[in-house]
Ligand binder design. Structure first.
Ligand SMILES: [Fe+2]
Length: 190
């Protein structure tokens, strides 16, 4: 699970998220559900982000020592400091993983620019439901191009509610998903 951490809006903290994870683990154990649960977070790159990165508390990453850090930006406005943020993340010992690269409309028509983030070490996680066009035609198209270019390291469900789970059932039938699952994804290494 990767809850949002975003400025004043989603004021989650690593300790707060871990606390909720423990409650959820207890609840699933009490009901005998065989679930393996772990947490990280999805960090929104805003003016508060560097403060968190430079602060005393470790950020919530995943993948053990590989320290994958899931990051996102505004969907519509290109952040002026995206590359500086990427550099700072790497300098702090994390590996940036860009959440849903297919959903940033400011990169539409600029696929090479989006892909150039990979040249500086950014990994990509696409949303599984982008594959069936759940978000938009544009997101589906970019997801398709990223899959075809093998520019995807992770698939994420980005499940916010049961609604998304029901869409996932539909996505399962997509040939493009089968194609994505043939890529050397890192999901299975977590
Ligand atoms: Fe997101």
């Amino acid at each position: 699970m990767t809850p949002h951490i975003m400025g004043d809006f989603y004021r989650n903290t690593p300790s707060g998220v871990r606390e909720k994870l423990n409650l959820l683990k207890e609840a699933t154990a009490a009901r005998g559900l065989p679930l393996e649960l772990s947490c990280a977070a999805e960090y929104y790159l805003d003016e508060w982000f560097l403060e968190k990165l430079e602060g005393p508390e470790d950020l919530l990453s995943f993948g053990g020592d590989r320290k994958f850090l899931l990051i996102e930006t505004s969907y519509i406005n290109e952040p002026a400091q995206l590359r500086q943020h990427v550099f700072a993340i790497q300098a702090a010992g994390y590996t940036p993983v860009l959440a849903h690269p297919e959903r940033y409309t400011y990169f539409y028509g600029r696929l090479d620019e989006l892909l150039s983030l990979r040249d500086v070490g950014v990994l990509f996680q696409i949303n599984t439901n982008s594959i069936s066009g759940y978000y938009s035609k544009g997101a589906r198209e970019v997801a398709k191009q990223l899959i075809q270019r093998q520019a995807v390291e992770f698939l994420g469900t980005d499940t916010h509610s049961m609604r998304h789970t029901r869409v996932l059932e539909r996505t399962l039938a997509e040939p493009l998903l089968a194609q994505a699952l043939k890529l050397p994804l890192l999901n299975s290494t977590l």
